[in-house]
Design a binder for this molecule. Structure first.
Ligand code: PLP
Length: 390
């Protein structure tokens, strides 16, 4: 049976991903179960999507409840669930309005269009080296890692990339056409690089002075990942525009663009759209995500367990010279190695632990926000064992 699946992938699915030969059929909380019934402890659930763990019961029952009533509704009508979700997002973020899409890249594309509409002739957007904003063309152009752009030129015009955490570089890149600056406050795919507080402050100030939009990409950091609902709260700033996706839908595909009220209204009727955006089904799931975060006090747990995990990993770092640095906020943690991490990932899989490696040498841990000390102890024990064998 597994052979049939491998064969179907080979014959019928485009080879755009480096896939591990694992076929998963079931997920519950922190666990993933493969086709042979083997259980794995998932410390990187859904690349940041399954932040409540797999098949969270509240998301499951919200979807069950909605699916019999109305799955999809086009955006020329009004949906109760979409209205409630927009209100919830604004309650947790800042005074503004929401546009619903289906993915992170799509939310970022919408941010570019909104910025350009707002700019009235100003159109340039500055982004940072090491960033990742998605695979569609404008998002790819803003992504400050050349390897993703190779082979896809010409890229759209009007984008500049400057070094991360370098305010002088931003100032130098400004022109009279600059309309926006997009930033991930913790770069995920780039290797868990945390923006410095002074830099973010200076960025906010610069944007205010020059009437430039500060666009914060919270696709990976949003919905409690860092111990606060949104990563920008750690910095004491408010974005002009924020993009969300991944964890927002509890596993269902959703993207959202949030913009301050005076900016949001520049995208008028007919200027932007997304057929599936904010359907009743995904909106209902996303509402369940917000409820679960509150009900289970997951922001507090993410902050506490993040500290605990970092403490445990720091002890490993003292033991193994090949660990260069432990960094991150809350439950978004990177372990920078002196060697490539692929082999370590494979060895962890053999021991029943799923983690990720990004930027070649950075192991990335982003367990579900409900993670317990016991599960952290188990994961760290496996890592310790694997590192000890190298
Ligand atoms: N922005 C950030 C920060 C991301 O991490 C990602 C995906 O990893 C994206 C945007 C793109 O999201 P999607 O894959 O949903 O298009």
């Amino acid at each position: 049976k597994a052979q049939d699946i491998f064969g179907a992938y080979k014959d019928y699915i485009m080879p755009t991903y480096t896939r591990l030969p694992l076929i998963f059929v079931k997920g519950k909380g922190m666990k993933l179960i493969d086709i042979d019934g083997t259980q794995y402890l998932d410390f990187f659930p859904g690349w940041g999507v399954s932040s409540l763990g797999h098949c969270h019961p509240d998301v499951v029952s919200a979807v069950r409840d909605q699916i019999d009533k109305l799955i999809h509704l086009p955006n020329n009508y009004l949906s109760v669930q979409q209205a409630k979700l927009a209100k919830e997002i604004i309650f947790w973020s800042f005074k503004g309005k929401v546009f619903f899409a289906n993915s992170g890249a799509e939310a970022n594309e919408a941010a570019v269009k909104l910025a350009r509409a707002y700019g009235q002739g100003r159109y340039e957007i500055i982004s940072f080296t090491g960033s990742f904003h998605g695979r569609t063309l404008a998002a790819l152009t803003m992504t400050g890692q050349l390897k993703y752009q190779e082979g896809f030129k010409p890229l759209p015009a009007g984008f500049t990339t400057v070094p991360f955490n370098d305010i002088a570089a931003v100032e130098k890149a400004l022109t009279d056409k600059t309309v926006g600056i997009i930033i991930e406050l913790i770069q995920g795919e780039g290797g868990i690089n945390v923006a410095e507080t002074n830099f973010v402050f200076a960025l906010r100030k610069l944007c205010d002075e020059k009437k430039i939009l500060l666009i914060v990409d919270e696709v990976q950091t949003g919905l409690g990942r860092t111990g606060k609902m949104f990563a920008y709260e750690h910095y004491g700033i408010t974005p002009d525009i924020m993009t969300l996706a991944k964890a927002l839908g509890g596993g269902l595909p959703i993207g959202a663009l949030v913009a301050k009220r005076e900016i949001a209204d520049t995208l008028t009727a007919g200027t932007h759209a997304s057929t599936f955006g904010g359907s009743p089904l995904v909106s209902k799931a996303a509402l369940a995500v917000f409820r679960a975060i509150q009900k289970e006090k997951l922001l507090t747990n993410a902050a506490r367990m993040g500290d605990y995990l970092k403490e445990k990993l720091s002890a490993l770092a003292r033991k193994y010279a090949l660990i260069k640095e432990i960094r991150g906020i809350g439950l978004m943690i990177g372990i920078e190695l002196t060697i490539p991490g692929t082999h370590i990932i494979e060895e962890c899989i053999k021991e029943g632990l799923l983690i990720n490696c990004t930027h070649e040498k950075v192991l990335r841990l982003m367990p579900a926000l409900q993670v317990t000390k016991k599960q952290i102890d188990k994961a760290v024990k496996i890592l310790d064992m694997v590192l000890g064998r190298l």
